[in-house]
Write a protein that binds this ligand. Structure first.
Ligand code: ACO
Length: 491
């Protein structure tokens, strides 16, 4: 519990200061009320030169004036791009010699911008997602995944020459060292493919020690290419291992997605020919999952990368974070939930259980999107295309009923819980015959492009340092050690 002992009164914002934004009467609630001078935004974006986004703290848009009731002192904190610098709060302190100043307390980063980023813009209230300014709907309809991967990293769409070279480089780096194959054989037959992927990506760092030269642009280039090229190979090798099938080596005559499907599904045929609807569906799903600004796994990559470790190690932390059921693992959990519900007639009871606290409606809700997830709309359309080929997935009826009930139920409406990207992706993947455990691996292949772009942006950002949050200590004061057990050190 965060119980304030004293009040910090925000006096005003900007030149029109004097606007009383909140105060606390003794013993009652914490009195800082929301600042309403600007529309709410969920991402501080730099890509378009709008006044809010390019402002620096050296030439702020205004000030936030704060009065500390403990000392009666007032402070002016510069505001730029709708933010104050949390480190400016350090100035606010009492005369006590051990007072290090005020910290901002924000578990789970609900309202903390950890960086300036020009990569992805999200407006959660309006359901907008853009990569480098381009709407996700347009990219999903017209772009290729590798084009999007290039865009994310470089900030602009590639020229034809750049694109052709990039595709060539990716194609010719898809092979992994044979030791990677034997490494994967060390896993048990029922190993989760996300565990295999995470450890293999981390293991790649031992094959490319030169990648530790992270400030050499040539090393960053080749690491980007290697990781994008080899992740589908590792993913496919894990799939074949779990199935007890021999691995299929990459085929350089195929596109990125076709080659991946070939490594997954080829049997005795000399050349694998994937269904073009599946190829396009997977390509679109890769585009939708390529980046999503400061989500849990990207934050993990940035935080681990901030120690200046090599990119293979940094992105393996991203794979670990993505594995969790509240993040990328949700697509797997949606399918398990649908299996558990079993029949459309059981949906109302299941929803009642969720409302009663028995669990979450997986694939619903999002930290940022509070109206709808624009990716979910595209995925739903994509599902129609795929189901035309495969026949309607048996879980679709249950999913549609879950969505129908939840969208009109007060519990979900009042909490602004809508289907997220993962609500329907699992059904598409299952109808394409991917095993449930494999769904998050598909997400990871796509997100690799975003993780690496964000990692590089972090690395080259002069304002960044090793990520190291503060804490509010709640434990014991100093106490003497008195042994309570006998150990080999006891006399
Ligand atoms: N089902 C039921 N209730 C929910 C759900 C859900 N899916 N999501 C949130 N709630 C409820 C919470 O219980 C809470 O209710 P309360 O105010 O009565 O306590 C309220 O809504 C707010 O929830 P928070 O956990 O505070 O929301 P937060 O923004 O922290 O969480 C998250 C977002 C993790 C995505 C959450 O909505 C969730 O767990 N969803 C299910 C898992 C999922 O689909 N994850 C995939 C996200 S997309 C992605 O990562 C690619």
């Amino acid at each position: 519990m965060f119980e304030p002992r004293e009040a910090l009164v925000i006096l005003g914002v900007g030149a029109s200061a004097g606007l009383a934004l909140g105060s606390r009467s003794a013993g009652t609630t914490y009195g800082i009320e929301p600042v309403r001078l600007r529309p709410t935004i969920t991402s501080l974006h730099l890509v378009m030169p709008t006044p809010g986004s390019t402002q620096s703290f050296d030439s702020p848009a205004g000030t936030l004036d704060i009065k500390d009731s403990r000392t009666a002192k007032t402070y002016s904190l510069p505001i730029a791009a709708d933010a104050i610098r949390a480190s400016d709060l350090k100035k606010i302190k009492t005369d006590a010699p051990d007072d290090l100043g005020i910290v901002s307390y924000d578990p789970a980063f609900l309202n903390t911008a950890s960086c300036r980023s020009a990569i992805t813009f999200i407006d959660g209230d309006k359901g907008i997602l853009r990569y480098r300014g381009y709407p996700i709907e347009q990219l999903a309809e017209k772009a290729s995944f590798l084009e999007v991967a290039w865009l994310l990293r470089h900030g602009e769409l590639p020229t034809q020459k750049e694109y052709d070279q990039f595709v060539h480089d990716i194609t010719y780096h898809t092979y992994v060292h044979e030791n990677m194959r034997t490494f994967l054989h060390g896993f048990r037959y029922d190993a989760h493919p996300m565990s295999m992927l995470q450890s293999s990506i981390a293991a790649l760092s031992s094959f490319y020690p030169e990648a530790r030269a992270i400030f050499d642009p040539a090393q960053r280039d080749i690491s980007f290419i290697r990781l994008l090229a080899k992740t589908p190979t590792i993913a496919a090798f894990s799939y074949r291992h779990v199935k007890g099938l021999p691995v299929v080596y990459p085929d350089n005559s195929l596109s990125y997605v076709e080659n991946f499907l070939s490594m997954i599904a080829r049997m005795t045929e000399p050349r694998y020919e994937a269904n073009p609807v599946f190829v396009r569906a997977l390509e679109v799903l890769f585009i939708l999952h390529a980046d999503h600004e400061q989500n849990c796994s990207t934050n993990a990559v940035r935080a681990v990368g901030s120690s200046h470790v090599d990119p293979f190690s940094a992105v393996s932390a991203g794979v670990a974070a993505l594995f969790g059921p509240l993040h990328g693992g949700a697509n797997e959990q949606v399918l398990r939930m649908i299996e558990e519900i079993g029949d459309v007639a059981n949906v109302p009871k299941f929803i009642e259980g969720v409302k009663g606290g028995s669990g979450r409606l997986m694939g619903f809700g999002h930290r940022v999107y509070k109206s709808y997830d624009p990716r979910a709309k595209i995925v739903k359309r994509l599902a129609d295309d795929v189901f035309k080929i495969t026949g309607v997935d048996r879980g679709l009826e249950i999913a549609l009923e879950l969505e129908r009930i939840a969208l009109q139920d007060e519990y979900f409406v009042s909490r602004k819980l809508y289907p997220n990207v993962d609500f329907y992706t699992g059904l598409i993947y299952r109808s394409m015959n991917f095993p449930t455990e494999f769904f998050t691996v598909l997400f990871a292949i796509a997100r690799m492009s975003g993780w690496l772009s964000q990692w590089e942006e972090m690395l080259l950002d002069k304002e960044q340092k090793i990520a190291r949050p503060r804490q509010i200590y709640t434990g014991y004061e100093e106490r003497p050690y008195t042994p309570t057990i006998k150990t080999h050190l006891s006399k």
